[in-house]
Design a protein around this ligand. Structure first.
Ligand code: HEM
Length: 136
């Protein structure tokens, strides 16, 4: 089959059990006939139909044998359209990652602690030396 270039929104129209495209690592796979035979279950693929399934695909330890199947299902590559999101937003977000503190938050929190600690020590020393001076 000749490889096609499909936009994310074009892939998104193939979003049902009977018309099921998936994107994995920028490549588009027609999984319509394969879904029922998917050893991990049809539901996983149906749930992600028409979307970028790279994260979910990588989250499972698929064997090397999968590459041969993927070759059969391959129909084309994702075409980048300016303005279209790189990672197509998930409509069914059971696999989305919930927001949590980023490492940069952690770093700035650590810096604040060090800064506040240093100021407290400095203020403590200043107070002690001042009150010692006051006793004379
Ligand atoms: C897009 C094409 C996909 C193909 C061709 C594919 C193929 C396969 C194959 C051949 C297996 C059997 C085990 C192996 O050989 O690795 C498998 C297992 C599995 N797949 Fe997929 N898969 C695809 C996508 C996905 C996605 C998007 C998910 C989502 C989570 C998924 C979840 C699973 C799970 C949970 C198993 C069972 C793993 C286990 O029993 O340890 N697969 N898949």
């Amino acid at each position: 089959m000749t490889a096609k270039a499909l936009s994310h929104s074009a892939v998104a129209t193939h979003n049902s059990k009977d018309d099921l495209y998936l994107i994995v690592h920028g490549k588009v796979y027609d999984c319509t006939s394969f879904a029922a035979d998917h050893p991990g279950g049809e539901d996983f693929l149906v749930e992600l139909a028409g979307q970028d399934a790279t994260e979910a695909f990588e989250g499972v330890s698929h064997s090397d044998g999968v590459s041969a199947i993927l070759e059969d299902l391959y129909i084309g590559d994702v075409k980048r359209i300016p303005g279209e999101p790189v990672d197509y937003p998930r409509t069914k977000n059971h696999l989305s990652i919930s927001p949590c503190a980023t490492s940069s938050d952690g770093i700035s929190f650590g810096l604040y602690s060090v800064l506040i600690g240093a100021i407290s020590i400095y203020a403590g020393c200043w107070y002690i030396s001042n009150s010692a001076a006051g006793t004379h």
